[in-house]
Design a protein around this ligand. Structure first.
Ligand code: ATP
Length: 234
């Protein structure tokens, strides 16, 4: 059984249909990547999973239908969304930003334990706990955004363009951390314009074109596919 399964998803912004029958699945322990050009529908697919856009079709998480749940219930089930553009709280400290990720947890000890776990992946976040989120570099803010997602203790992380706007060396670090998270058991659905690097760490990939899935395959096969190379890996 897949951890997450989308069946014939159609999503709408008012009258505009952004997704046309998207079907995909993510198995426990996988990294699956969605690649495609600007406006293809990658972010909308993540929003559909999180209940943030009007959607028809079925979304199954651990075998249960979740498409009619409100966003907070979907989050509580173990689906953490780290949106595009990082969206940390710039005026709050790094520690407060992390705490926001565990807002539903009342037990202080549990919050501290989760924070310690975040620091294992992001030691740099620990060094900056009392600093305002907005004063951190782009890469550090991305790390904080992922860390905040981890504070929910999710079963799956939905990452929307974590490499966006970051210097190549920082992008490298972010991808290494994503890989490390996966190696320690986290299932990941990764949206990326940086298709080459995403496919290098992914198990499988889906290519989205104008709201539909144009191609799906093992990451190695997509990396070796001539059409994909020309369109997305140039
Ligand atoms: P990007 O990398 O640019 O975010 P994407 O593949 O994630 O691209 P989406 O953001 O999912 O693409 O957008 C899919 C389509 O939906 C696009 O045609 C976009 O213009 C449209 N769209 C996205 N958000 C909205 C919105 N809030 N209102 C209306 N249309 C939207």
């Amino acid at each position: 059984m897949s951890l997450l399964q989308l069946q014939s998803i159609r999503s709408f912004y008012g009258q505009i249909q952004a997704l046309h029958d998207i079907s995909l699945h993510v198995g426990q322990g996988e990294i699956v990547t969605l690649i495609g050009s600007n406006g293809a529908g990658k972010s909308t697919t993540l929003k559909a999973i999180c209940g943030q856009v009007k959607t028809t079709g079925k979304i199954l998480f651990e075998g249960n239908e979740i498409q009619s749940h409100p966003p907070h219930t979907i989050a509580e089930l173990g689906i953490a969304h780290v949106p595009e553009g990082r969206r940390i709280f710039p005026g709050l400290t790094v520690k407060e930003n992390l705490e926001m990720g565990a807002f539903q947890v009342k037990d202080k000890k549990q919050i501290t334990e989760r924070m310690e776990r975040v620091f294992q992946y992001f030691p740099r976040v620990k060094e900056r706990l009392s600093q305002k989120g907005g004063t951190m570099s782009g890469g550090e803010q991305q790390m904080l955004a992922i860390g905040r997602g981890l504070m929910m203790n999710p079963k799956i992380l939905l990452l929307d363009e974590p490499s966006m706007g970051l210097a190549p060396v920082v992008v490298e670090q972010i991808f290494e951390i994503i890989q490390k998270l996966n190696q320690t058991g986290m299932t990941i659905l990764l949206v990326e314009q940086n298709a080459y690097q995403a496919l290098q760490i992914a198990d499988r990939g889906y290519v989205i074109q104008t709201g539909s899935i144009a191609l799906q395959d093992h990451a190695d096969a997509l990396l070796g596919n001539e059409q994909i190379r020309e369109a997305y890996l140039a």
